[in-house]
Ligand binder design. Structure first.
Ligand SMILES: [Zn+2]
Length: 231
């Protein structure tokens, strides 16, 4: 896989977030949809966490664990510092900033996965695209009620710009220094923890029933795990 391929996959995955506000507009402001979108975003990340954790730990358990620990700490500090876990009603710019911070480890994961194995890289890109659609839907209420759908779609896609930058950087680093791969993979892998801690918190799943949320998480997790096993 070339650097240009990585950039194209990452851009397509980031742009998928634009579908979120468009879908949310078609459906109208619908709380269960937001809950299910969060469940989809968390479920696919959980499905991806398994192969990432396995590959990272197999290659170098200590580096992968250090990477994961560092990743959790950095993201936790960013959330506290910028008050990203504030009340549900968040100003649009802060919501977009939170989405951008969140996109950093995801991009890193994509870049490292592409360096490890092109097929795994494609799976990660596709999973991220799905995840981004879910996040785009969940982001929509924060962008303001009267916002034009096209502008909201552009904002959602652009908030994922760090994904593209980090995918390219992660790919270059992982190609140049293969020994860094487990550390980088661990650093990206905390997305699973955050998906669960943040996305499935009760305040993030308004309106949708517990059963519906469980079904979506399990289906999304299973789908990615199956794609990985079949690939
Ligand atoms: Zn995300």
């Amino acid at each position: 896989m070339t650097l240009a391929d990585v950039a194209i996959y990452a851009t397509l995955a980031a742009a998928a977030a634009a579908l979120g506000p468009l879908l949310a507009t078609v459906r109208g402001p619908d709380e269960p949809l937001i809950g299910l979108a969060n469940a989809l975003a968390a479920g696919v990340m959980l499905g991806l966490a398994y192969p990432m954790m396995r590959d990272g730990l197999d290659a170098d358990a200590i580096s992968a664990t250090l990477g994961a620990g560092a990743g959790v700490i950095v993201l936790f500090l960013l959330h506290v510092w910028f008050e990203l876990d504030g009340p549900e009603a968040m100003p649009p710019m802060r919501a977009l900033f939170r989405a951008s911070v969140h996109a950093v480890p995801e991009g890193l994961t994509l870049g490292v996965a592409c360096a490890m194995d092109p097929r795994f890289g494609l799976l990660v890109a596709f999973t991220l695209a799905l995840h981004n659609v879910g996040e785009g839907i969940a982001l929509t209420p924060h962008l303001g009620r009267g916002e034009k759908p096209a502008r909201a779609a552009a904002a959602a896609a652009l908030s994922n710009a760090p994904q593209v930058a980090l995918a390219v950087a992660g790919f270059v680093l992982a190609e140049a220094y293969p020994t860094l791969r487990p550390l980088l993979l661990g650093g990206g892998c905390r997305i699973a923890r955050l998906s669960l801690a943040g996305r499935l918190a009760p305040r993030r799943i308004p309106g949708a029933g517990r059963t519906a949320i469980s079904v979506v998480v399990i289906a999304a997790t299973g789908m990615v795990a199956f794609a990985e096993a079949a690939g």
